[in-house]
Design a protein around this ligand. Structure first.
Ligand code: SIN
Ligand code: FE2
Length: 266
């Protein structure tokens, strides 16, 4: 049985405003490696210039869920009103568990800086990816998940049709300009029946969402401050990534994008 809320088809919702250039909805099949991030700019257009893709971040109100794939939804501006409280909670966590750049099993330093809160945290080193109850940098348990974060995650999951989502892990990602996340699956969690909930804060980014196979066609989804994305059920293991974040300035986060991803990991 189909699970999920009443939704508008994503493509339709993204192409409709006449001011949005066609680049906002590239044809399915564009992958991050051949996409053209230089064709979008996060800065607001000045009067008289061609409005760019992220002029679309301007609507300051939550919108109806958009279907991205079976079981996957974008929740426009869902976290807008909560963003200051989410950022406060997040900074409290980061004061105890500072951001750091993990090294991949292949020995590469990740461009995204990460930390965690909750019972389990996602970590990476030369031995592999895993969830760990302790922060290997401080040797301590990860900070507790602030209630504002936990509640927002449950609300986002419910808005996408997933009731009773109780995350035990929140990964905090910080993207400085140029930072990116290549196409991957989230599959280190024990219970794959639970969805992934992601919340974007600060600078915009281009999210890439594919399919079960790495080679499946992908679509690009612009994510703005306050946007949620939830994927689970048939799309729980779908590949996804983030194109290099463009330089810009956001009134709440400055020159960076933060992303919170909530999982039931243990
Ligand atoms: C992730 O895939 O873990 C993060 C996605 C994002 O930053 O939007
Ligand atoms: Fe991911």
């Amino acid at each position: 049985m189909a699970r999920g809320p009443l939704v508008a088809p994503l493509a339709e919702s993204l192409v409709s405003p006449a001011s949005v250039p066609p680049v906002s909805v590239p044809p399915v099949g564009v992958s991050p490696s051949n996409a053209s991030p230089s064709s979008v700019s996060p800065t607001r257009p000045s009067a008289g210039s061609t409005p760019d893709l992220f002029a679309d971040c301007a609507p300051a109100a939550p919108g109806a869920p958009l279907a991205l794939a079976p079981g996957a939804f974008v929740l426009p501006r869902l976290a807008l009103a909560d963003a200051p409280a989410l950022l406060d909670g997040m900074h409290g966590v980061l004061a105890q568990a500072p951001l750091r750049h993990w090294v991949t099993p292949g020995g590469l330093r990740m461009s995204v800086a990460m930390s965690n809160c909750g019972a389990l945290g996602w970590v990476s080193d030369r031995t592999g990816y895993r969830y760990d109850a302790r922060d290997p940098v401080t040797g301590r348990a990860w900070p507790q998940m602030p209630p504002a974060l936990r509640e927002l995650a449950s609300r986002a999951a419910a808005a996408a049709g997933y009731a009773d989502f109780r995350p035990d892990a929140c990964l905090i990602n910080r993207y400085e300009p140029g930072a990116r996340l290549s196409l991957h699956q989230d599959r280190d969690e024990r219970d794959l029946d639970q969805p992934i909930v992601s919340v974007s804060l600060g600078l915009p980014a281009m999210f890439v969402f594919g399919g079960a196979r790495r080679s499946d066609p992908t679509r690009r989804v612009p994510l703005c401050h306050g946007d949620g994305v939830v994927w689970g059920g048939p799309s729980r293991l779908f590949h996804h990534g983030v194109l290099a974040v463009k330089a810009g300035e956001h009134e709440l986060t400055g020159a960076v994008r933060f992303n919170l991803t909530f999982r039931v990991a243990g």
